[in-house]
Design a protein around this ligand. Structure first.
Ligand SMILES: *Cc1c(COP(=O)(O)O)cnc(C)c1O
Length: 485
């Protein structure tokens, strides 16, 4: 606001003097009818579209319904306020929506979101516009912030990933994607001519970053497990020895839950002649960044190794009503990044300007309730349940794969899109997956499996349909199609 007032004054200033407002200026004057004319949708007026509703074919793009379920914003009638009709209407829309959410939450298996949380104690804070704009460690003039919670959460994560308080910098992001965008940007600022290396199965946000920053990007092959193929990685490094390397290492890939071998990646860099001052590693831990530290055999994600940054999503394993994430990097690197934008007169090192100030409080609340030990227990439970589920799938003759360090169970894509939508399974080609999060109980997995088995009996009845071959996705030994069983 301050900026716009200045701009206004700027506009009124003629030859250095402020022009007074005209005497007949009416500050209360408003446009008589502020309602714009109806929106035209594909050349058809909205009203006509309403009339034709039901007759039109449902428009499906990538399995999603585009427009037909929109809740229209309608203009209040003049007497609405008196009769209270409007309030009643909105309340009923919200009540219906809440029922649908409850139902959809019950049947959710495919995305790695922990939907089990109770933040009742925080509803009292909904009345505040909490915004941590700018740097978490430098207070801005906006006082309605939650930096004290944010820094507490960041300290907790820095300790988890073994970086001293005076050596780290970080912030609470809007999501795992923002963490990747930031980590790769820091890498690019440290090595402006660096080449980005990422496995084919990296999250799409990594390749988006490459496009946004116009970076040269090398896609590295993967093993069937979904892990980066380190031989291919080394070969690609050797053909670009003249340029520094910026590497995205996956701590849990999106589709198969594969964990790249961080130690082997570092070894290959060294073998290819890249000294520590010629590479930058960003660890994308959106999914398992908070799980790996609690798995005994997992490669350790720690800043004691030559890595530059780690990011994690807050709404995935932790569980949070709004998307959020955590990004931790080395203070020395961010100083390099922030210096480039010093003209802003304050340290600006985040991707976003305004930042959700509620998210840090939700994270702080959960971390305090569960602690490192609580997360460890939940991780164990998830891995156990995932093994149980994979075992039952295979027992029932359904091809499935579960990476050793993961709770993502990959299996044959069900042959019925309705069923896929009901259970909200994420699919890719012939495979689907269930990500076992703390809210996915054995009972829920059993319910799902029983329904799946019933359905399969009808899909494959009389040899009408055949189970998909998934050997190219998960290896022959995990495939139970007619050819490979
Ligand atoms: C989910 C995910 C992301 C992106 O996280 P968002 O919070 O959805 O933006 C990035 N990387 C991996 C591996 C993921 O699974």
């Amino acid at each position: 606001m301050v900026g716009s007032v200045d701009a206004l004054n700027e506009g009124l200033r003629i030859n250095g003097a402020v022009e007074p407002l005209p005497e007949d200026f009416d500050a209360t004057a408003v446009i008589i009818d502020p309602v714009p004319s109806a929106v035209v949708d594909n050349g058809i007026l909205k009203e006509e579209a309403q009339i034709n509703k039901g007759k039109e074919k449902r428009e499906i793009v990538l399995g999603r319904n585009v427009h037909t379920t929109c809740l229209e914003v309608t203009e209040p009638e003049a007497d609405d306020e008196i009769t209270g009709d409007r309030e009643a209407h909105m309340a009923s829309v919200l009540a219906r929506y809440k029922r649908a959410l409850t139902e959809r939450t019950k049947h959710h298996l495919g995305y790695p979101y922990n939907l089990d949380f109770d933040y009742g104690a925080l509803t009292q804070l909904q009345h505040f516009s909490i915004n941590n704009l700018g740097d978490p460690f430098i207070e801005s003039n906006y006082g309605v912030h939650s930096r004290q919670f944010e820094v507490g959460v960041l300290d907790w994560f820095a300790r988890l990933w073994e970086l001293e308080k005076n050596e780290y910098w970080g912030y609470i992001t809007n999501c795992g994607t923002e963490g990747n965008l930031h980590g790769i940007l820091v890498g690019r600022e440290v090595f402006p001519d660096g080449i980005l290396y990422a496995s084919r199965e990296s999250h799409y946000s990594v390749f988006k970053a490459a496009r946004m920053y116009r970076m040269e990007c090398e896609k590295v092959d993967t093993l069937w497990s979904g892990e980066i193929d380190c031989d291919d990685f080394k070969a690609k490094l050797l053909s670009h020895q003249d340029k520094p390397a910026i590497i995205n290492v996956n701590i849990g890939t999106t589709v198969k839950g594969a964990v790249d071998d961080l130690d082997l990646v570092i070894k290959k860099l060294e073998e290819a002649g890249f000294s520590h001052d010629r590479f930058y590693i960003h660890c994308d831990g959106a999914l398992f960044g908070l799980m790996m530290p609690f798995v005994k055999l997992a490669p350790k994600v720690t800043f004691k190794k030559p890595i530059g940054s780690v990011s994690v999503s807050g709404h995935k394993f932790v569980g949070c009503p709004m998307p959020c994430g955590v990004q931790i990097t080395r203070l020395e690197y961010v100083n390099a990044l922030a210096r480039d934008v010093e003209y802003l007169a304050s340290r600006d090192a985040t991707i976003m300007g305004s930042r959700n100030g509620h998210a840090p409080i939700f994270l702080w609340y959960t971390l305090n309730r569960k602690g490192y030990r609580g997360f460890q227990k939940e991780v164990q439970k998830c891995l156990r349940n995932a093994h149980y589920f994979k075992g039952r799938l295979v027992e029932a003759g359904i091809g499935a794969m579960l990476n050793e360090l993961s709770s993502t169970v990959v299996f044959e894509r069900p042959h019925d899109e309705e069923f896929i939508r009901k259970w909200q399974l994420a699919c890719k080609g012939n495979i689907a997956h269930v990500v076992v999060m703390p809210n996915i109980t054995i009972e829920k997995l059993d319910d799902f499996l029983n329904e799946l088995l019933d359905k399969r009996a009808t899909w494959f009845q009389d040899g009408k349909d055949q189970p998909y071959c998934i050997s190219s996705d998960v290896g022959e030994k995990n495939c139970l199609c007619a050819l490979h069983k």
